[in-house]
Write a protein of this length. Structure first.
Length: 116
């Protein structure tokens, strides 16, 4: 754990900074997927209840890393992309391969709202 300012603390693995709220096994999983450049589909949600928020935008790509002093994980859309959005590593309820949608990780209480 490292504190960079009064309000923000991080866990660091292989030079990548993760939210202090992210489980250690999730961090290791994400680092392995980043190293392998696996194309993924993320499902964001409430990690206490397992509820999938149903996001459809910025959910698919490979894991990259930002530049600068705090290197956070980024979701890179494709090989031609020069940048990406930050991965909400502390809000992951499911990870699947982008092709075929086979699950890599599913929260033990994973669910979606009824009627969806």
């Amino acid at each position: 754990m490292i504190t960079l300012d009064r309000d923000k603390q991080y866990k660091i693995l292989n030079g990548t900074y993760y939210s202090i709220e992210t489980a250690d096994d999730m961090i290791e999983r994400l680092e392995n997927l980043r190293a392998n450049q696996t194309r993924l589909r993320f499902h964001w949600g409430d990690t206490k209840t397992g509820l999938d928020w149903g996001d459809e935008w910025n959910v698919e790509g490979t894991i990259g890393r930002s530049t600068g002093p705090v290197k956070i994980p980024l979701l890179i859309h494709n090989r031609r992309s020069l940048a990406g959005c930050g991965i909400m590593d502390h809000c992951i309820v499911k990870i699947a391969y982008a092709k075929g949608k086979a699950p890599i990780y599913t929260h033990p209480k994973y669910h979606i709202k009824k009627g969806e």
